[in-house]
Design a protein around this ligand. Structure first.
Ligand code: NAD
Ligand code: IPM
Ligand code: MN
Length: 347
């Protein structure tokens, strides 16, 4: 099976390196890796953040393991050339509309959570984030108002089919877990959200066994801190899901802990940590690689049909944490490579 490795920028290559060591140890020769540049690194090498050869590799591969993109040197480029366009382009070109972001507190990390340990203890949720639509992909631009003032705009929209297909992923995810789905929107203000809510309710007719609730996104942000244990599965749009998952990560200990799977309708997937390229710590060996290692476990489970290997990696991460492995974001002093070695030792 061919895995496309797209390390990207900043800490991306650092966390990918440790993840590949773990995959070698667990899967041996069963996986073949082929690497390609993406993001700012690709722009600097060839003038485009998502070169054709990189996109071709992503299409050819059985699964994609992605680090992170983003480079402060590129922030002044026109938008289509910025590193972030690479991940947005991959998600869109490959039809990866369903982004699963599990947030759970490893018991050993109760002290790393930003919440009191007794509040954090119950965190075990999956945020199902729509990834191909919303304000991310609507018409956008800069224009001048009649009064001669600069105006930026980004159109938010969803059509009913886009909502229906992600709603089904939310219901199915809840069915495989504790049977509770919370749909998060802003239907009190946004037409896009009113359609979202209406369609989620329509689809719920096919899932009478699932307990469906609705919550406004502002309340959800508050509830994630007040009582995160109430959530089983959250289904939400692209922008709200982006923001809420960063927040959930810190409730569960660190942004360096949260993996993700971005799936199409046929099982093809891109796997990446939810964090970015972290320019503030890049090159210093301070990045926590566990989010990427846990993303590789999701890859083995969802795209490569190796659930036992996925279980082994997740168990090794838990064991490493139980043994005291802590990078700086978790309050410790281990380097990125030492965190990788702790997982290898646990294996
Ligand atoms: P970020 O997630 O890169 O970093 C936010 C904070 O969390 C920083 O203080 C960073 O040091 C810390 N952090 C992140 N990952 C960590 C890890 N594994 N271990 C320890 N600490 C970690 O977000 P940002 O600073 O807002 O964005 C930086 C760049 O990354 C931007 O260019 C942004 O567009 C990009 N970005 C890319 C992705 C992606 O590739 N999918 C995701 C988010 C942000
Ligand atoms: C993420 C990131 C991306 C997003 C950016 C880099 C385009 O924040 O993967 O969470 O907003 O989706
Ligand atoms: Mn994000």
């Amino acid at each position: 099976m061919l895995v496309a490795l797209l390390p990207g920028d900043g800490i991306g290559p650092e966390v990918i390196e440790q993840t590949v060591r773990v995959l070698h140890a667990v899967c041996g020769d069963a996986l073949t890796f082929e690497e390609a540049p993406v993001g700012g690194a690709a722009y600097k090498a060839s003038g485009h953040p998502l070169p054709d050869a990189t996109l071709d590799l992503a299409k050819r591969a059985d699964a994609i393991l992605f680090g992170a993109v983003g480079d402060p040197d590129c922030d002044a480029l026109e938008r289509r050339l910025r590193p972030e366009q690479a991940i947005l382009g991959l998600r869109k070109e490959l039809g990866l509309f369903a982004n699963l972001r599990p947030a759970k507190l490893f018991a050993e990390l109760a002290d790393a959570s930003a919440l009191r340990p007794e509040v954090a203890a119950a965190i075990d949720m999956v945020i199902v984030r729509e990834l191909n639509g919303d304000v991310y992909f609507g018409e956008k631009g800069m224009r001048t108002t009649p009064a001669g003032r600069r105006q930026g705009y980004d159109v938010m929209s969803y059509d009913e089919d886009e909502v229906a297909r992600i709603a089904r992923v939310g219901f199915e995810t809840a069915r495989a877990r504790k049977g509770r789905l919370c749909s998060v929107d802003k239907a009190n203000v946004l037409e896009t959200s009113q359609l979202w809510r209406d369609v989620v309710i329509e689809i719920s007719a096919d899932y009478p066994d699932i307990a469906l609730s609705h919550m406004y996104v502002d309340n959800c942000a508050m509830q994630l801190v007040r009582n995160p244990g109430q959530f089983d599965v959250i289904v939400t749009g692209n922008l709200f899901g982006d923001i809420l998952s960063d927040q959930a990560s810190m409730c569960a200990g660190s942004i360096g802990m949260l993996p993700s799977a971005s799936l199409d309708s046929a099982g093809k997937g891109l796997y990446e940590p939810i964090h970015g390229s972290a320019p503030d710590i890049a090159g210093q060996g301070k990045a926590n690689p566990l989010a990427t290692i846990l993303s590789a476990a999701m890859m083995l489970r969802y795209s490569l049909n190796r659930p036992a290997d996925a279980d082994r990696i997740e168990a090794a991460v838990a064991k490493a944490l139980a043994g005291g492995a802590r990078s700086p974001d978790l309050g410790g002093a281990l380097t990125t490579a030492q965190m990788g070695e702790a997982v290898l030792a646990a294996l």
